[in-house]
Design a protein around this ligand. Structure first.
Ligand code: AMP
Length: 215
């Protein structure tokens, strides 16, 4: 039980979202990204609009806000066989809360230096419909501004600007990285992956490290 409960950890722009989506598809598990749970909130509801304005400036949501979204998501039956959780827990207090919801088996930590992160993020584009991610230099869409998979419109996230990225990197090192020793003490397996490599190689390294045999 709980053998495929994976947490993806990495700075914004480390490629963890892209990798999580691919891993989830190959292993037939749900990909749960808390950033997407927020972006899917209806902005016409005033309380949601306030949250969305706040996070679009690169600020973190409150623990109560994100914990509530995670609790609702984990009530769905599709998480029973495992999951790839991306963007949560973002700090030790969220990790404490999550202990009561699910037992993590593995952490996949994609390591990328900050200097590289800043270069990557300004080139990131996301599909409005299917949420596929592109990088204007490394993974460009075939047609500019259009998603290869669903022809949806590509956009730049409001928090993908240099000021917001600096803030998010400070949060990552100060708040999120301490989640790793927290889980290490609980006996969770930690897989450190070199995120500077090509996305295909990062993917292969992850599969090898978690011991997944391709069918
Ligand atoms: P992401 O797509 O993971 O970079 O998330 C986008 C934004 O959603 C973050 O900058 C935060 O404002 C918010 N968010 C997502 N997950 C969390 C979390 N675990 N704790 C606090 N805020 C979060």
């Amino acid at each position: 039980m709980g053998e495929n409960n994976y947490l993806m950890i990495g700075a914004p722009g480390s490629g963890k979202g892209t990798q999580a989506k691919k891993l989830a598809a190959v292993m037939g598990l749900p990909h749960i990204a808390t950033g997407e749970l927020f972006r899917d909130l209806d902005p016409n509801v005033p309380v949601n609009k306030k949250i969305l304005d706040w996070i679009s400036q690169g600020n973190l949501a409150t623990d109560d806000q994100v914990n509530a979204l995670v609790k609702i998501r984990f009530a769905k039956p599709d998480v029973q066989n495992g999951y790839f959780l991306d963007g949560y827990p973002r700090n030790v207090s969220q990790a404490e809360y999550f202990k009561n919801i699910s037992q993590v088996s593995d952490i996949i930590y994609i390591e990328v230096p900050d200097s590289e992160i800043e270069k990557r993020i300004v080139n990131r584009r996301v599909c409005k419909s299917c949420k596929a991610e592109y990088h204007l230099l490394f993974i460009p869409p075939k047609v500019a501004g259009q998603c290869d998979k669903c022809n949806g419109e590509l956009y730049q996230r409001k928090d993908d600007n240099p000021e917001a990225v600096k803030k998010r990197l400070i949060d990552f090192h100060g708040l999120t990285e301490p989640v790793i020793p927290f889980y290490e003490k609980l006996g969770v397996r930690i897989h450190r992956i070199d995120g500077l490599q090509k996305p295909e190689k990062v993917f292969e390294d992850i599969l090898e490290s978690i011991g997944y045999e391709k069918k």
